[in-house]
Design a protein around this ligand. Structure first.
Ligand code: FE
Length: 148
């Protein structure tokens, strides 16, 4: 895993769009059925929109019918961190990027095999990269100009 990325609030505001900031740093949730990766089936890897950390592979993406892009598993167990979230009177498990601590979404235990998990993600917290070269580039220069 790449080394931790720690930025000040001002630096995050500089780096992210207001909408990205609201989700990644403000723990917001994009409205259901609005995310740009909802129907994406392109092969590749989804990386963190904040820092370029590889998070999910297209092969683990599935149609959950929930209105958010969903995955059965992260690229590796140490790509994300998970913690119990009691906000809004619910007990949910929050998923964060292990590199920049950005909020990505939540994980639920009603997913399909083989894991039975549903990583329910915000599209805006993710970027899609097609190949290994783009992956290395995403980590090296995680600014928003490479957004398709
Ligand atoms: Fe990140």
């Amino acid at each position: 895993m790449p080394e931790k990325l720690v930025l000040s609030d001002a630096e995050w505001r500089e780096r992210l769009t207001p909408e990205e900031y609201e989700v990644l740093r403000g723990h917001g949730t994009e409205a259901a059925w609005t995310g740009c990766f909802l129907g994406t089936k392109e092969p590749g890897t989804y990386v963190c929109a904040g820092c370029g950390n590889p998070l999910f592979r297209s092969g683990e993406k599935f149609e959950s019918g929930t209105g958010w892009p969903s995955f059965t598993d992260p690229v590796s167990p140490d790509a994300v961190t998970e913690r119990v979230d009691h906000s809004y009177g619910m007990r949910r498990v929050e998923v964060r990027c292990a590199r920049c601590d950005g909020h990505l979404g939540h994980v639920f235990q009603d997913g399909p095999p083989p894991t039975g998990l549903r990583y329910c993600m915000n599209s805006i917290a993710l970027r899609h990269v097609r190949d290994e070269a783009s992956l290395a580039d995403a980590i090296a220069t995680p600014d928003r100009t490479d957004q398709p």
